[in-house]
Design a protein around this ligand. Structure first.
Ligand SMILES: C[S@@+](CC[C@H](N)C(=O)[O-])C[C@H]1O[C@@H](n2cnc3c(N)ncnc32)[C@H](O)[C@@H]1O
Length: 484
C-alpha cells in the first residue's frame, strides 16, 4: 500500500449530491432484513442517505481504501483502508442492495493492488485489461456479490455508453437483471466533475427478463425526477451502442492540455545539425513537433518526423535525465547555455535547475489552438513524440485502439462539432480563430456508433479539409458517422 497517496483518494472522490443520493436509495427500495453494500464510502453521502431512509446501521456494510475515517462512518459497519476488489474476492458476505459512486480511475493509474485484482477478475465472459477503468470493475464485482433478486444503483461516467472496455458489460447486464434503467444527463450530476452523468439502476438479479430503458435528461434535477417517478411507459432493450447516440463532450474522452513549456526555445529546441554539432546523445533529447503546419495531417508517423528533421526543423527538445548529466557533451551544453538561457522567464525561474523540465505529457493527439479552418485532431502514431507549448496535446481516456481514436477524430470534424467550435472560438485578424484547451473539451460532438473503416474515412476527410475546406470535410464526416 506504500504507493498510495492522498492524491489517489482526492482524485477520485467526488461526493454524490444529497438529493441524488436520496433518489438512488429510494429507487432501490428497502425492506426489513435487507443487507446493503456501499463499496467506497468516501465522505459518506450515500450512508447519510441510507440513514435518512431509515436503514439500520447493522444492515449496511461500507468500505473505503482511504484509511482516514469519515464523518458518516458511524452510520454503517465501515472498514477503512480496505481495497474493495480484494475484499470482494475473498468475502462470503452477500447483499440485497448495492449503492455506489465508484472511483473513475483508469486501471493503468489505479493503485497496483486494485489493478492486480481487476486484471484477475472473471465474470461470465467479462475480463478487463489495463485500458479499463475502476468504475467498470467495481460494477462487475458488485454484481457478483448480489443475492438472487438483488438490485444495484451506480453513478457512472458517460463512458458507460461507449467505452470499448465496457462493451460486454453493457451487453450482459440486460441478461442478468429483470430490469435495467439508464438515466443519462447531458450536464454533470456532481459538482467539480465533468464525468459523472449516468445513473444505472439494475433490479431483480438472476430473475432475468431483460428489459432496458434509457432516458436522457438535462441535469441532476431532471435525473432525480426521472429516477423517482415510477416508469409506466413501454420498455425496450438497450442497443449495445445507441444508433442515435447522444453527443459526448470532447473532454469526456480526451484531456487536452498545452504542450511542454520550455521557457526558452532558443536553448531547448535543436535541429539535427545543432545536435550533431554539440554531440548531444539522442537519449538526452525528446522528439517533438512545435508548429501548427507540422500537424496539418490526419496523423503523424515516424517518417513524417524524420522528414521534418531532414528539413532542418527544430525537432529535438533538450530534456536530459539525471544519468545524462554524466555525459561530457550534455554537461558542456548545459554550461554553455547557462549564461544565456532566459532565467527570468517565469517557468524557468521556478525550476530547481533551468534544464529540468517537468514531466513531458504523453500525446495521443496534437491540436493547434490557433488556425484558419479551426482545430483538428492529428493522431500521434509515433512512440515518444510530444509537443511544445505552441501546440496542445490530448490524451484519450481508457487508451482506445487506433480505429476508435480515428472515429472520434471524424466526429470532431462533423458539422455539429464545427458549429460548436464557431460559437466558442475567438476571432483574430486575418481570419484566425483561437480556442483554449478548456473550451475545446467542452465541445459536444456526435458519439460515433462504429469504428470500422474510421482511419480511411478520417484520411479522406482530412484530405478534403486541406484541399476544399472545413464545410466539405464536415459533409464527409457526417456521412460516415451516419453510416452512409
Ligand atoms: C467518488 S468517491 C465516493 C464518494 C461517496 N461514495 C459518495 O457517494 O459521496 C470514491 C471513493 O472510492 C475510494 N476508492 C478508490 N479506490 C478504491 C478501492 N480500490 N477500494 C475501495 N475504495 C476505493 C476513494 O477513497 C473514494 O473515497
Amino acid at each position: 500500500m506504500s504507493e498510495l497517496t492522498g492524491e489517489h483518494f482526492r482524485r477520485c472522490c467526488v461526493a454524490t449530491p444529497p438529493d441524488l443520493a436520496d433518489a438512488l436509495v429510494q429507487v432501490l427500495g428497502d425492506a426489513p432484513n435487507l443487507r446493503w453494500l456501499e463499496p467506497c464510502v468516501g465522505q459518506g453521502a450515500l450512508l447519510e442517505a441510507l440513514q435518512r431512509a431509515g436503514v439500520a446501521r447493522e444492515r449496511i456494510r461500507g468500505l473505503d481504501l482511504d484509511p482516514m475515517s469519515g464523518p458518516a462512518d458511524h452510520l454503517a459497519n465501515v472498514s477503512r483502508g480496505t481495497e474493495f476488489l480484494t475484499w470482494a474476492r475473498a468475502t462470503h458476505e452477500r447483499f440485497d442492495r448495492v449503492v455506489a459512486n465508484p472511483p473513475y480511475i483508469s486501471l493503468a493509474r489505479a493503485p497496483k493492488v486494485a489493478r492486480d485484482r481487476a486484471l484477475e477478475l472473471r465474470f461470465r465472459r467479462i475480463t478487463f485489461d489495463r485500458r479499463a477503468n475502476c468504475w467498470a470493475v467495481f460494477l462487475v464485482s458488485s454484481v457478483k456479490l448480489l443475492r438472487e433478486g438483488g438490485s444495484l444503483a451506480f453513478l457512472l461516467p458517460a463512458a458507460w455508453e461507449y467505452a470499448a472496455y465496457a462493451d460486454k458489460l453493457r451487453r450482459g447486464i440486460g441478461r442478468w437483471f429483470s430490469s435495467v434503467r439508464v438515466v443519462r444527463s447531458r450536464e454533470p450530476m456532481c459538482d467539480n466533475v465533468r464525468d459523472a452523468n449516468v445513473v444505472l439502476i439494475a433490479t431483480g438479479y438472476k430473475r432475468a427478463s431483460a428489459t432496458v430503458q434509457r432516458v436522457e435528461v438535462k441535469d441532476v434535477r431532471e435525473a432525480i425526477a426521472a429516477l423517482t417517478l415510477r416508469h409506466t411507459g413501454p420498455t425496450r432493450r438497450l442497443p449495445i451502442r445507441p444508433r442515435v447516440a447522444p453527443g459526448t463532450e470532447l473532454g469526456e474522452i480526451l484531456k487536452v492540455r498545452i504542450g511542454t513549456v520550455t521557457g526558452d526555445a532558443s536553448v531547448f529546441l535543436l535541429t539535427e545539425e545543432d545536435r550533431l554539432k554539440h554531440r548531444i546523445p539522442e537519449a538526452a533529447l525528446r522528439r517533438v513537433v512545435t508548429r501548427a503546419r507540422q500537424i496539418k495531417k490526419p496523423w503523424l508517423v515516424r517518417s513524417d518526423w524524420e522528414l521534418l528533421k531532414r528539413r532542418r526543423e527544430r525537432v529535438w527538445l533538450f530534456a536530459p535525465h539525471s544519468d545524462d548529466l554524466l555525459n561530457a557533451e550534455v554537461a558542456t551544453y548545459i554550461n554553455e547555455c547557462s549564461p544565456v538561457v532566459n532565467k527570468t522567464a517565469y517557468k524557468i525561474s521556478r525550476r530547481e535547475a533551468w534544464y529540468r523540465l517537468p514531466t513531458l505529457p504523453k500525446a495521443d493527439v496534437f491540436v493547434s489552438g490557433m488556425s484558419k479552418l479551426g482545430p483538428v485532431l492529428c493522431l500521434n502514431r509515433m512512440r515518444g513524440l510530444t509537443a511544445t507549448n505552441t501546440l496542445y496535446v490530448g490524451q484519450f481516456e481508457g487508451n482506445p485502439k487506433l480505429e476508435e481514436r480515428a472515429a472520434w477524430a471524424v466526429a470532431f470534424l462533423s458539422s455539429t462539432a464545427r458549429r460548436a467550435l464557431s460559437r466558442i472560438a475567438r476571432q483574430y485578424p486575418e481570419g484566425l480563430m483561437k480556442v483554449e484547451p478548456g473550451d475545446l473539451m467542452r465541445i459536444r460532438i456526435p458519439t460515433p456508433v462504429r469504428r470500422e473503416g474510421a482511419l480511411g474515412a478520417y484520411e479522406h476527410a482530412m484530405d478534403v479539409f486541406t484541399t476544399q475546406g472545413s464545410g466539405a470535410a464536415s459533409k464527409i464526416a457526417d456521412a460516415w458517422l451516419l453510416g452512409t
